[in-house]
Design a binder for this molecule. Structure first.
Ligand code: ADP
Ligand code: MG
Ligand code: MG
Length: 211
């Protein structure tokens, strides 16, 4: 079936943690020319802590798992990305409420709520060269694929490709938010680390669905 339950979200968490661990050096390298060279270690530390927290006291609902991951990121990751990703996942989890199983449409609503939280907290918009440049295209693609009647695996696969393309498309942009914005014009020509990690997280979602 296409049901998204706590087990599905835990599978996503495992896959996301594995991907972030594997790509940590690359994320940190992306954060060197336009940041402070810590994005990979920030994300790896936060997700390993989140996985441990979920293993120690596994929540029974998909929303509960997401809220716990979000909270753990906020408490273990300093810097911009901890509170922003923490908000993304907490808001997404809260949107799912107490439901034990949801469909891809509720997941879309959850992603929308989470992305809205990121935009509100960080004040960034599309094109500002942030994680939103991967998250917003993912949300749009997810919505489009759902409207076209795709299966959960299909809609998540289109969200993943859109996020990946969105991350790559940050290279020519000038950063307007976060640390990279201090560089002004010199932020042009580098892919945004946060958009890159966001694409990994959405990619793990597609993987969890067997896409
Ligand atoms: P820090 O910049 O504090 O060292 P990280 O390196 O972990 O934090 O994360 C940097 C990433 O956070 C950026 O690449 C960008 O995608 C994201 N980011 C920074 N500020 C914002 C913001 N205001 N809104 C959305 N995303 C942001
Ligand atoms: Mg950094
Ligand atoms: Mg930092």
């Amino acid at each position: 079936g296409s049901g998204i339950d706590a087990t599905f979200v835990r599978r996503w968490l495992d896959l996301a943690t594995t991907a972030l661990d594997r790509e940590a050096d690359r994320l940190t390298e992306l954060d060197s020319p336009i940041g402070d060279a810590d994005h990979g270690s920030n994300m790896r530390r936060g997700f390993i802590a989140a996985r441990t927290a979920v293993e120690q006291e596994p929540p029974e609902t998909p929303g509960g798992v997401l809220v716990l991951v979000g909270r753990t990121l906020i408490s273990t990751v300093g810097g911009a990305s901890g509170p922003l990703y923490g908000t993304l996942l907490r808001k997404a989890g809260k949107e799912l409420g107490e439901a034990e199983t949801v469909g891809a449409d509720r997941l879309r609503d959850a992603l929308r709520a989470g992305v809205g939280g990121v935009a509100q907290l960080g004040g960034a918009a599309a094109g500002d060269k942030t994680m939103l440049d991967a998250l917003l295209p993912a949300l749009d693609a997810l919505t489009g694929a759902l409207d076209a009647g795709g299966s959960a695996a299909e809609v998540l696969a289109s969200a993943a490709s859109a996020a990946e393309e969105g991350a790559e498309a940050t290279t020519p942009l000038r950063a307007r938010k976060g640390r990279a914005s201090y560089l002004g014009e010199r932020s042009i020509g580098h892919q945004d680390p946060g958009a890159t990690s966001a694409a990994l997280l959405i990619g793990a979602l597609a993987e969890a669905a067997g896409a």
